[in-house]
Design a protein. Sequence first.
Length: 220
Amino acid sequence: MPAGKKPRFNQNWMHRHLNDPYVRKAQQKGYRSRAAFKLAEIDDQDKLIKPGMCIVELGAAPGSWTQVVRERLGFADHRLRGRVIAVDMLPIEPLDGIHFVEGDFREESTLKALQSVLPEGHCDLVISDMAPNLSGVAAADTARMGDLIELSLDFSKLHLKVGGCLLVKSFQGSGFSQWVESFKREFRQVLIRKPKASREESSETYLLGKGLLPRPSAIP
Ligand SMILES: C[S@@+](CC[C@H](N)C(=O)[O-])C[C@H]1O[C@@H](n2cnc3c(N)ncnc32)[C@H](O)[C@@H]1O
């Protein structure tokens, strides 16, 4: 590439970013990213967040979903009406009332740190916007996304209350139908969500499991 010439991809990205209505709206409302509107739309439709809940949020940085969660739990006497434990391998700017665990969710040490702050070991809702760094190699990216989804599901099977919900980011494509099937084994209802703020050209899709089923009782 000739010296001084910027890659076309970055120019396209910048043009799209500057003209994106969700970017502008996020700036006006003080959200840390446009992703806030994805969770807001899903929650408007599915009514996942309710005051008093204990919510675990995976892949929280920079924190715009966390901002939406705080708003929707609300405050009483300046105290958050609920508990939020947010996890990310990247640091986030602190948000009042949020317990943040910094670490890789795939690591045992992060899981232990998260488990140690879960009141009575349970939560009402798990939401995950975690995404792997994309390599561009479809099979490898699907496998990495699959690992994150599987770990979120395993965590939910252990720590989500019966009847609770799990929302995860996923990709449409190979692997997707398997993820849907694994959700169907654990939840009363499984829904697929593509909020308007999720770019049409992106394969990003959210998978929502509603109503965690009781664990089958141990065989005597
Ligand atoms: C799309 S961003 C989340 C944006 C966030 N929902 C918001 O609204 O600000 C995905 C996040 O997942 C995190 N992430 C990806 N893999 C992770 C892992 N294994 N453990 C912890 N965080 C992870 C990344 O660091 C990144 O911050």
